[in-house]
Write a protein that binds this ligand. Structure first.
Ligand code: ZN
Length: 164
């Protein structure tokens, strides 16, 4: 199974400062390269996996792709946890940058000691007593659903979205 794109090297090197400087076109390209890292940003149909898709930009400016294999339309966020939201791509990139910064901080501290930040997260999360120790191998399993569900502005995220 392919690595979750939020955990890719490209995502890890994305900084908030960078994201804020991006034009709309650059944000689009950055998101494509994150999402479809294996093809360097070329669209991959989320329905059938075909690489044979062409772009057709809507009058609204939204970039859509049409798959030549299954004839379905998709966007750069189709099939990701961002699919059901209607925010600018820059908002998603900012959320990804924040996610990766938190993840890096957690990974660095995991296994050393249950720190205050983690205790706070854990007590908000599901352990009212705050007694929660996270091991280095558990960071992603813990953080991915947690952070994704709480990304600023994204609201509720459904179970199936979390699996993509
Ligand atoms: Zn397809």
């Amino acid at each position: 199974m392919a690595q979750h794109f939020l955990l890719s090297r490209a995502a890890k090197t994305l900084s908030l400062a960078q994201v804020f400087r991006l034009s709309i076109e650059e944000a689009e390209l950055t998101f494509r390269k994150l999402r479809w890292a294996d093809t360097n940003g070329a669209p991959v149909c989320p329905s059938c996996g075909s690489l044979d898709a062409y772009g057709c930009r809507r009058p609204s400016g939204v970039l859509r792709f049409r798959c030549k294999g299954c004839k379905k339309d998709f966007t750069v966020t189709s099939g990701t946890l961002f699919a059901s939201h209607k925010l600018p791509l820059k908002s998603y990139l900012a959320a990804i940058a924040v996610f990766c910064a938190v993840r890096a901080a957690l990974t660095a501290s995991a296994g050393v000691a249950p720190n205050k930040f983690l205790a706070k997260l854990a007590s908000d999360w599901r352990k009212p007593d705050g007694l929660f120790v996270i091991q280095p191998d558990d960071v992603d399993g813990f953080l991915l659903p947690l952070t994704v569900a709480r990304l600023p502005g994204l609201g509720k995220v459904t179970e199936e979205n979390l699996r993509s």
